[in-house]
Design a protein around this ligand. Structure first.
Ligand SMILES: [Zn+2]
Length: 489
């Protein structure tokens, strides 16, 4: 579904959102064919939505992101979005994007990249591949949606007023509404086949999550973005693009504001009850799960999907009866990790690089000092472990944990047996939200011919003695007490 979000520059959020749910809402709309039946969204992933890791929860991804700089040809090969966008300096309607009299394209891109990096990339194993301009088809001088599947396409637009009573249908909505009035859509009542163009929410995301058939288009209303007053929506829309639905749409959503109003004023009986002074707004629900509550659009639906966290009114994906800060909530970060894995946010320095162990008589003994350096994300206490060491090696960390933000510990490895030679191993540091790791090679050095695992081999006529095979009959002055003396095969 298309997720429309509208947030005015002064920060007031309109709650009367438009939805494009097929057959189950009071309005329907067309956004130039971007609704292609792959509608799906859910820190709740909605039913049918596809995370960029194909719903392989906890798996990291690289996501291509590009900026539209030309008209965009839809997969039907006919409809064209933004026909007047001729270069990167103009928006979807061909309007030059400027700020304080100067070109604003570079600034806009920088703002978007920074906000998505700080919030989404730096809190999970998501890498954005910022491609700059979207690829342009030489034959058409357009972006072809068919070439942009599994890509996030950002297009900039600005809002227009829409004249009243302009008739439209789903089939001509692109030409009649979308391409004529910025942010407009065709508003068709449920059950009807035609409607009128309406001023739509100006920030929207075409589909929730990834599609292998069409791009995931995000439209931003660039004037407030360049003024840095629309930060919430810049982050929020990317949440849709990554696969997350409005938090209030989840089946188990608990709406604190609506519940508090209901507790103090009883059940609403009409929409008007929800808009009186002090009421939370929205519409009065008569559905069983939210009966008598003033709900936001979609709140009275039951949507299961993949619930990555508990119900979270503070989520960046929630603005129902809430004015949350423009950042991921603590639960958002947890849910993001469930979806895409922990961010590799810090490095372990003073790596355990190749180093020969010294046999002290009690085994091969290695000692490293490890320090952590936070690259991004939140500082936290991390647990430490090693991978790849021989099973009979023993690793200890002192202290056993450290902070991802500049912690220090000493790793000691004692290896009592095993083949001599290089032993690659990895040190892992794992926090709640982040991981760090480093690899090294432990080079174990034993005296030649030392036998650590009986039976040991000496040629006939020789016996094992303190690391070597010596001829029978010679005295062996210093048998290694750890060694079971070998014998011939
Ligand atoms: Zn939204």
């Amino acid at each position: 579904m298309i997720q429309f979000d509208r947030k005015y520059p002064h920060g007031f959020i309109v709650l009367a959102l438009v939805t494009a749910v097929f057959g189950c809402s009071s309005t329907s709309s067309s956004k130039g064919g971007e609704v292609n039946g792959v509608a799906s969204d859910k820190l709740v992933v909605p039913p049918g939505a596809e995370l960029w890791n194909d719903n392989q929860l906890g798996t990291g991804v690289t996501v291509n992101v590009c900026f539209a700089v030309r008209p965009r040809l839809e997969i039907d090969g006919v409809n064209v979005n933004c026909p007047n966008e001729t270069d990167s300096t103009k928006d979807c309607f061909g309007t030059p994007m400027t700020f304080n009299g100067s070109p604003a394209t570079a600034t806009l891109r920088s703002i978007v990249q920074q906000l998505e990096t700080d919030n989404w990339r730096n809190n999970a194993d998501i890498t954005f591949n910022w491609q700059g301009d979207c690829p342009i088809d030489a034959g058409t001088n357009m972006h072809r949606n068919a070439d942009l599947a599994h890509t996030i396409v950002i297009q900039f637009q600005h809002s227009d007023n829409v004249p009243a009573n302009i008739a439209c249908t789903n089939s001509n909505a692109t030409a009649t509404c979308v391409n004529q009035y910025a942010g407009a859509y065709c508003n068709i009542a449920s059950g009807a086949t035609s409607g009128t163009c309406a001023a739509g929410a100006i920030d929207w995301t075409g589909i929730v999550g990834k599609s292998n058939g069409i791009p995931t288009v995000i439209q931003f209303n660039w004037p407030p973005v360049v003024q840095r007053v629309d930060v919430f929506n810049v982050i929020h829309e990317f949440g849709h693009a990554l696969g997350f639905d409005h938090e209030w749409n989840r089946s188990d959503y608990f709406d604190p504001a609506a519940r508090a109003w209901q507790d103090s004023h009883g059940n609403c009986t009409s929409d008007a009850d929800c808009t009186v002074d002090g009421a939370p707004g929205g519409t009065c629900s008569f559905s069983p799960s939210t009966f008598g509550l003033c709900v936001c659009d979609g709140e009275n639906t039951v949507q299961e999907g993949i619930q990555l966290t508990l119900s979270d009114p503070t989520s960046i994906m929630n603005y129902c009866h809430a004015a949350n800060p423009a950042q991921l909530s603590a639960q958002d970060k947890q849910g993001l990790v469930v979806a895409y894995g922990k961010v590799k946010s810090f490095a372990l320095s003073t790596s355990p690089t190749s180093r020969a162990g010294t046999d002290t008589g009690g085994g091969v003994f290695l000692s490293y000092t490890l320090t952590s350096t936070l690259k991004f994300g939140s500082a936290e206490t991390v647990a430490l472990s090693t991978l790849g060491l021989p099973s009979n090696a023993h690793a200890t960390f002192n202290p056993p944990t450290m902070s991802s933000n500049g912690g220090t510990t000493t790793l000691t490895v004692t290896a009592r047996a095993g083949a001599a030679g290089a032993v690659p191993f990895t040190v892992n540091a794992a926090g709640v939200f982040s991981t760090g790791s480093d690899s090294g090679t432990m080079s174990t050095v034993y005296p030649r011919n030392v036998c650590l695992h009986p039976p040991c081999l000496c040629q006939p006529g020789f016996v094992y003695c303190s690391g070597s095979c010596i001829p029978q009959g010679f005295d062996c002055p210093a048998l290694d007490p750890r060694i079971t003396v070998g014998f011939s095969q």
